[in-house]
Design a protein around this ligand. Structure first.
Ligand code: HEC
Length: 102
């Protein structure tokens, strides 16, 4: 009887489904429009600093994801945590680091 407990699946299975709440093309559009409005439509900079691969060389995907999720306090860079998931932020970080080729 007690043995059945071990067959119960953990909640880990469900999180895989939530990972891709937005499709890559929806994310791409968001980066270009929402981020581009401050960082420049070609990411060469505007109100926000340039986000071209050569500008981001010293940041890891993790560094960039946390900047995106939490913003940069004291600057105009807003936090996005309420709007996007961690995996979406990581997708954006990879997108920027590879210059839009993911
Ligand atoms: C309201 C304007 C605004 C929007 C929208 C915005 N940013 Fe920023 N962002 C800034 C500013 C300003 C800075 C520079 C802060 C500083 O260092 O003075 C910045 C900095 C950054 C940095 C750090 C760059 C570096 O070289 O240190 C990253 C990465 C970044 N933004 C990514 C994004 C992404 C991705 C989005 C979209 C999800 C986004 N930003 C949307 C204004 C914005």
């Amino acid at each position: 009887m007690a043995g059945w407990t071990f067959l119960v699946a953990g909640p880990a299975v469900a999180s895989e489904l939530q990972e891709h709440a937005r499709t890559p093309s929806a994310l791409e559009q968001m980066v270009r429009q929402d981020c581009g409005s401050c960082h420049g439509l070609t990411f060469k900079g505007g109100l926000g600093s340039p986000l071209l691969p050569e500008n981001l060389e010293n940041y890891s995907v993790e560094d960039l994801s946390s900047i995106i999720l939490d913003g940069l306090p004291g600057t105009a860079m807003p936090p996005w945590r309420a709007i996007i998931s961690e995996s979406e932020a990581a997708w954006m970080a990879r997108y920027l680091k590879t210059g839009g080729s993911k």
